[in-house]
Design a protein around this ligand. Sequence first.
Ligand SMILES: *Cc1c(COP(=O)(O)O)cnc(C)c1O
Length: 383
Amino acid sequence: MKFETRAIHDGQPPDPATGAVIVPVYQTSTYEQDAVGRHRGFEYSRTGNPTRTALETALASLEGGRHGLAYASGVAATAAVFSLLSPGDRILAGTDLYGGTYRLLEKIFRKWGIDAAYVDASDPEAVAAAADDRTRMIWIETPTNPLLQLADLKALAVIARERAITLAVDNTFATPFFQRPLEEGADIVVHSTTKYLGGHSDVVGGAVVINDDKIHSALQTYQNAAGAVPGPWDCWLVLRGIKTLAARMKVHDENARRLAGFLEKSPAVERVYYPGLAGQPGHELARRQMTGFGGMISFDLKGGFAAVERFLEALKLFILAESLGGVESLVCYPPRMTHGAIPSEERRKRGIGDGLIRLSVGIEHPDDLEEDLRQALEKIEKR
Ligand SMILES: *Cc1c(COP(=O)(O)O)cnc(C)c1O
């Protein structure tokens, strides 16, 4: 079956007890056992809950994987994947990275003896050169946050497989509608379901999807043992979100293409980062590897932070907020918001300049979104 159909049906048949068409919110912590140790598949809701099982089945289906696991947040899902490593192991992570992933590696896992090294993941040769004997995992985003750089999943999967390294991909920005890393050879896919999968800025959650039974079993043990599980309401909200994922992503993509083209022509804008624009370094790869470019755009404003302040103040429709992937358009200033956890010197080295703005383009009418950007850019120029 096709993606759109699986998103609505996989893991979500009508409730066998009542015929309810929508998977119920099983708001229960525990389950009756018919005799000691004889239960009907569920014992305790940290270990398993039917609403969560429905979500985990649906997530696996969307990513084309065998197993899905849901977590209380994207970083909880990331921490679960890092827990597969042992002290002395090294993780090779892409330089352009979600700030919270960087914080988790540097502030939490480093002191447990897991070493993180960073490499430009858009350059497979650099990744191959940096993968030493201790490297047990390669962790990448594509497109990256916030600079929307592309990494070649097939090439990295070959490099990882040759060296028996696990390749993990944070697929939050692309979503499985536009890109399925497991099909390109990755071992693990991670999501912040807070973003496009939830899609309505009303829930925090995370997910991991894998094919390998051994990795699944290790992650399941960690999920139950460490306990960062989502409650049934949160699972239900994500399930509701993914039913419309395909429909929403088409509009996010269409709107973002138009706004990226508009921004590229603005004299107030130094540079636009969007894989859908011809001439961008990742454009050809994006066309091969993805079926759409997504709804995230970053750009450098001329005039640094002073221009940023004027621009943000002038926006009427774009809401200044962290996060992304909801139906409403958001704007964020990565240096002081999502990427504030990265020291300023390190940030500049990574190409995150003082004029960088990130847009999460929503599904409002593109005329209104373009007009909002136009009037705000004009106000910078007038000063
Ligand atoms: C938001 C985000 C995360 C973290 O997810 P939370 O749900 O906020 O914990 C991880 N990776 C990417 C790319 C993100 O955008």
